[in-house]
Design a protein around this ligand. Structure first.
Ligand code: SF4
Length: 201
């Protein structure tokens, strides 16, 4: 799987304390996307099991509420995403799962999305989405549209939809937009969340 970043513990990406797995690669070209470095399909390729291992280590350290899949575009690596979810669910069934995807739900439901390095049929992609949706607790779906700015929880444009796939969460569990800046070893800064006022550099 092509990985952009793994943030072990964040409060800005869904209910409670969550690991955030940022997928590398996105072809959706939303204008003014704030993370263009995550667009090319090149960079660090890591086995799904190694990523699951890092999340489980973060869970032991921080007692996580769940994991949020972000990007880049997680659904453009849907086979790896499903493998990762199944591995984590097997080893830590209490973790909840959330996802940010630029695809709208009707596109996913019809299999109308593209998967990196995969020539599978629309039928296969439909089934894949059904399996992924069956493991998700929530998702934020839809392209970022800079003409429709929003300060709703987890949504930066008004066309985006917060979908709850079961009864684990209600809309009240999603807090206002937050921005987190973490300073990593070596002094490198990592930003996650919603820097609606722009980046601090
Ligand atoms: S889907 Fe997300 S990562 Fe991709 S271009 Fe749109 S905002 Fe950027």
């Amino acid at each position: 799987m092509l990985l952009h970043a793994l943030i072990p513990a964040s409060r800005a990406n869904g209910p409670g304390l969550r690991s955030v797995i940022v997928f590398q690669g996105c072809t959706l070209t939303c204008r003014s996307c704030w993370n263009p470095q995550s667009h090319p399909f090149r960079g660090i390729e890591k086995p799904v099991d190694a990523i699951a291992h890092e999340v489980l280590r973060a869970h032991m350290e921080h007692s996580l509420e769940g994991v949020t899949f972000s990007g880049g575009e997680p659904m453009q690596q849907a086979n790896s995403l499903l493998g990762l979810m199944l591995s984590l669910r097997r080893q830590a069934p209490q973790l909840s799962f959330g996802m940010f995807s630029g695809y709208a739900e009707h596109e996913l439901a019809k299999g109308q999305y593209w998967i990196w390095g995969d020539g599978s049929s629309e039928q296969h992609r439909k089934r894949l989405w059904q399996e992924i949706r069956g493991s998700l607790d929530f998702a934020i779906l839809g392209r970022f549209n800079q003409a429709q700015p929003s300060n709703m929880p987890l949504r930066t444009s008004r066309n985006q939809v917060l979908r709850l796939f079961n009864h684990r969460y209600s809309p009240a569990d999603f807090s206002e937009q937050l921005t987190e800046v973490s300073i990593k070893e070596g002094g490198q800064a990592e930003v996650t969340g919603f820097p609606t006022l722009g980046l601090p550099w």
